[in-house]
Design a protein around this ligand. Sequence first.
Ligand code: NAP
Length: 243
Amino acid sequence: MKRVLVLAGTSQARELIGVMPVGIEVTASLAGVTREPVDLGCATRVGGFGGVDGLVAYLRAARIDVLIDATHPFAAQMTRQAAEAATVAGVAHVILQREGWTPEAGDDWRFVDEFDAVAGIIPEGCTVFLGTGRQTLEQFANMTGRRLLCRVIDPPQRDFPFAGGQFVVGRPPFSIEEEVAFFKGEAVDWLVVKNAGGARSRSKLDAARQLGLPVVMQRRPALPDAPVVRNVGDCLTWLADQG
Ligand code: NAP
């Protein structure tokens, strides 16, 4: 029985776990960010490992044969640490990360590496939809004079960390029609989005195009030097090749 650890927290990880072949004992790992995560239907551990050393110790103690990093494209720290820990522990390792979005005709996207550049792009007086998660909010503290709407999965336990912002609670996916209605209802002028990729969460970008709204798109962080597969089918092929 091959033991596989899947670093999860994404719909792609869930999809992969749902189609794992027989003969594989899967454990999923969640960071513990979402308060009521969807049941993955396999053994699941929750919380950080304690850096590279902690993950190496876990891989050894649980006698993991294969590490599949299916974390979000912007979970750069975990991805970096996973690559290093797999090398140290001598465990086969692959990154499952879907392709990023690319603009289509009619899309009006401006690209940034860091969110502190957004204030130089979006003028004061605008209403801005932040699809970037509550963990990024501190990076928008320089956006004074704009109305910020930050969509979160869990109801917030604290107020918005600075003036001019409010939380909007909602669990994806959202249809294009739902996004259009939401952006119209809130009179949104701009979107700020991470280049997460994936068909389901593209709906906000399709809605923006329909409404003629401009989008600030954060580029993805660089990947470590490790094999990368872009979809679940290719990941299963890679897994089968590990013997
Ligand atoms: P991150 O900045 O790369 O990682 C921060 C720390 O969280 C890591 O050093 C690790 O702690 C722990 N961690 C992250 N993912 C983990 C996992 N799957 N299992 C166990 N520990 C994990 O990560 P993040 O951006 O905060 O993302 C956290 C989780 O949310 C990930 O599972 C990711 O897939 C998911 N997610 C992230 C985003 C996003 O935009 N960043 C969006 C959707 C979902 P230790 O160093 O203690 O091991």
